[in-house]
Ligand binder design. Structure first.
Ligand code: MTE
Length: 353
């Protein structure tokens, strides 16, 4: 934190456990250190011990084993730039409103992760024939609604995602050990999925032969499209295509003249192909300029547009992104009871004076 830059003030959405949002205006450039990184915790921080970093891999495998951090670091590794997008990001924008942390746009961050592909560890352990899912247990524990006992933060991945070459057991962030509040010493990194999948303080990996059920898997992080029943529910997984405007801020009052509008776009379902902007409630759209490094397969895309303001008045500014798989932001959000995966066309309103 000694590089002389002005650091943003976070918006605190919870003190115990710590939940903090970054002002998105500060997220320029492609990677961030801890001073810019939102925090989403379900429990208090774990007390790490000398055993933290000894990772147990067991369950439906031929040979369960424990690997120490030093030994893990000697295995072949991968380094990838990956954004972390909380599934509840922009929850405050759902209409009708929904319960949960009222995130605006700042539960997002991005950095460079180094780790061992999970599939290497699973191949050393040897999957049994009936292996179905892989469960990841964090060291943090606590109580949660609808469960009587103390539980860890724990989630599973289906086997195809667990065996994906880019799913990592990470030990470095931006070339340094992972910051404590973000999962030191080991963290699962699941590119293209919302942040809940990337389990911090990873302690144990268990291969199971039955579908895993747990509060963070089959209660939270589930889309419930119906306001009162579980009808049509489905798990929250891949990050939906989205774009946000970082500057100007919503409700800005700006002078007549040329203004640079900047923002970000991302998708877990393909690379960003196009971001369009509209100043007339979506009647006409124009393409913005993308700053893209296609070698960074998972990274978000920064974009900008020079706006020569028309005459004085108030204007809506809207953006909509499209990805390489043809996904486009919808006009209205896909409403769901717990408020996950918001990706409706982004809108701010500004006044030109
Ligand atoms: N891992 C553990 N062990 N405990 C948690 O509470 N929160 C998850 C995920 N992994 C969580 C976790 C959620 S919901 C998100 S969005 C990200 O971590 C947040 O990561 P960050 O706090 O490093 O930004």
């Amino acid at each position: 934190m000694s590089d002389g830059r002005v650091r943003p003030h976070f918006t605190t959405r919870g003190l115990i456990p710590e939940i903090q949002e970054t002002p998105i205006l500060f997220l320029r450039g492609s990677i961030y250190d801890e001073g810019y990184w939102f925090l989403r915790n379900h429990f208090q921080y774990p007390d790490l011990t000398s055993a933290s970093g000894n990772l147990l891999i067991g369950g439906a495998v031929s040979k369960a084993f424990v690997i120490k951090l030093e030994d893990l670091k000697r295995l072949p590794s991968q380094t990838i730039t990956v954004p972390l997008i909380c599934a509840g990001n922009q929850r405050a924008e759902f209409r009708p409103k929904v319960y949960g942390e009222q995130w605006e746009e700042g539960a997002v961050s991005q950095g460079v992760w180094t780790g061992v592909p999970l599939k290497e560890l699973l191949s050393i352990a040897g999957l049994k024939e009936d292996a179905l899912e892989v469960v990841f247990t964090g060291e943090d524990r606590g109580t949660t609604p609808n469960v009587d006992e103390v539980v860890p933060y724990e989630r599973s991945l289906p086997m195809n995602k667990a065996l994906h070459p880019d799913t990592l057991v990470a030990y470095e962030y931006n070339g340094q050990p992972i910051p404590y509040k973000h999962g030191y010493p080991l963290r699962l990194i699941v590119p293209n999925w919302y942040g809940m999948a990337s389990v911090k303080w990873l302690q144990q990996i268990t291969v199971v032969d039955q579908p895993y059920e747990g509060p963070f898997q089959t209660d939270d992080y589930v889309y419930y499209p119906h306001p009162h029943t579980d009808e049509g529910k489905s798990p929250v997984t891949t990050i939906r295509v989205n774009s946000i405007i970082q500057q100007p801020l919503d409700y800005s009052i700006i002078d007549e003249g040329a203004h640079v509008i900047v923002g970000l776009a991302w998708s877990g379902e393909g690379q960003i192909e196009e971001v369009e902007i509209s100043f007339d409630k979506g009647n006409t759209w124009e393409a913005v300029t993308l700053a893209q490094d296609r070698t960074k397969r998972f990274a978000w895309t920064e974009w900008q547009y020079i706006w020569k303001t028309p005459s004085k008045g108030t204007y809506p500014i809207q953006t909509r992104a499209k990805d390489s798989n043809g996904n486009v932001q919808p006009e209205r959000e896909y409403w769901n009871r717990k408020g996950y995966g918001y990706n409706a066309i982004h809108r701010i309103d500004v006044k030109v004076k």
